[in-house]
Design a binder for this molecule. Structure first.
Ligand code: CMP
Length: 140
């Protein structure tokens, strides 16, 4: 296994309920190091660009609206096998399908307001990290 970096978002439904600290404790408890983090208000252009891969999907407009509806916390997580490990502790996209104990099963309301985002591959992690962070903002 190799040390990897993955990209994470704590979504507006997480910040609205002040869950940043609680979710960060889960992330750190799983052995992932938060090597960059900032709380931002995502612009419409940022949300449309970040989720560009979904632009033909029926949920795209609502997703952009949701992601710009309140502050989000964008993060870079580092650790052994970080991409897969974070996906494991997040749980399935739809919280109703997420395993017990996962972040989405514990905190998410529905498939849209699903509390967290995590990169689905190492390649996408690199692109997503570069979308929100400059190299010197990441301190490993
Ligand atoms: P995320 O992992 O951030 O990637 C795309 C997001 O689209 C997803 O989490 C959900 O928040 C949102 N979404 C809304 N509806 C759907 C759907 N039917 N299938 C997949 N993702 C959806």
């Amino acid at each position: 296994m190799a040390v990897e970096r993955t990209f994470s978002i704590l979504k507006p439904d997480a910040t609205a309920r002040s869950l940043t600290g609680e979710i960060n404790a889960v992330i750190e408890g799983a052995g992932l190091k938060i090597v960059a983090q900032k709380r931002i208000r995502m612009s419409q252009a940022q949300a449309e660009g970040f989720y560009g891969v979904h632009k033909e999907r029926p949920f795209f407009k609502d997703l952009v609206k949701f992601m710009t509806s309140g502050p989000v916390v964008v993060q870079v997580l580092e650790g052994e096998n970080a991409v897969a490990k974070y996906r494991e502790i997040m749980g399935a996209t739809n919280p109703y399908n997420a395993a017990p104990g996962t972040i989405r099963r514990r905190y998410a309301s529905n498939i849209e307001a699903n509390t967290v985002h995590g990169s689905d591959s190492l390649e996408n992690a690199k692109t997503e990290i570069a979308f929100f962070f400059k190299d010197d903002e990441i301190v490993g």
